[in-house]
Design a protein around this ligand. Structure first.
Ligand SMILES: [Zn+2]
Length: 274
């Protein structure tokens, strides 16, 4: 699997913020050593961003007219967020993996939230025009992604996440959004059984691709959303998704165990068959 990346994503950050440039720097170094092919990310055009966000939201991000305690008003965050969204589109086009920040799944049509400014996976799915199953394996519920796609017949959204936890949504399934809240540190076995049950419950008829919101904060060493998963667990998740036999792409979301993020991404990609 090709990895979409740009070193510009390391240029911003705030001291002590868990969504740090260091996590991507270390992951990039680890994955480089594994021999992956890297493709340089290009920014999304405004028309791409507007498939998931309002014009007003674009202007608010550009002019730093927003307030969210988790999502700082970094100078030039519009450029960084547009580059991360562009990388997600490229990942969709080449069935690759976007290794970029900021993440996206908490960003809604008109809302910055939870370290997210633009909803990268939503932008990529909309750009594809294909009926898509989004599998959100981040430890938090992708409330922004759900809000964008709720009731959209082109998308099935599936999320496994820790509960109770931020953002407090995703307690039950609604329409085309399938939610599986799981208890803190439940472990690989419970997680994988739940994923198997969830994939069985979903009607994949007509689905043309799988988009993975790939967060790794379910990892047992993660400070924010551990579901007790091991590196092997990510490989097993990848294997299960590969078995569905559809084209796939992945977009990095969370994952705050800096020393093992690269290893866990590698395990997922290996499971997916790359
Ligand atoms: Zn998360």
């Amino acid at each position: 699997m090709k990895i979409i990346w740009h070193p510009k994503c390391l240029e911003y950050g705030a001291p002590g913020h868990p969504e740090s440039p260091e996590r991507l720097k270390r992951a990039y170094e680890f994955l480089s050593a594994q021999g992956y092919e890297f493709v340089l990310a290009e920014p999304a055009a405004e028309e791409d961003l507007l498939r998931a966000h309002s014009e007003r939201h674009l202007q608010d991000v550009k002019k730093l007219r927003f307030y969210d305690p988790d999502s700082p008003r970094y100078p030039n965050i519009f450029e960084y967020a547009a580059l991360s969204a562009g990388a997600a589109i490229q990942a969709m086009r080449v069935n690759g993996f976007s290794l970029m920040r900021p993440p996206g799944h908490h960003a809604a049509r008109e809302r910055v939230a939870g370290f997210c400014y633009f909803n990268n996976i939503a932008i990529a799915v909309r750009a594809s025009g294909k009926k898509t199953l989004i599998v959100d394996i981040d430890g938090h519920h992708g409330d922004g992604t759900q809000a964008i796609f709720l009731g959209d017949p082109q998308v099935i959204y599936l999320s496994l996440h820790s509960f109770p936890n931020y953002p407090g949504t995703g307690l039950r399934s609604e329409q085309n959004c399938y939610n599986y809240p799981l208890p803190f540190d439940c472990g690989d076995k419970v997680y994988l059984q739940t994923l198997d049950d969830a994939l069985k419950a979903i009607d994949l008829n007509g689905v043309e691709q799988i988009a993975i919101s790939a967060g790794f904060d379910t990892y047992y060493k993660d400070p924010l959303a551990s579901l007790g998963l091991t590196t092997e667990g990510y490989f097993r998740i990848g294997e299960r998704l590969k078995k569905l036999g559809l084209p796939m792409f992945g977009v990095l979301e969370g994952g705050y165990c800096v020393e093992d993020l690269g290893r866990n991404i590698h395990a997922l990609l290996k499971g997916l068959g790359s």
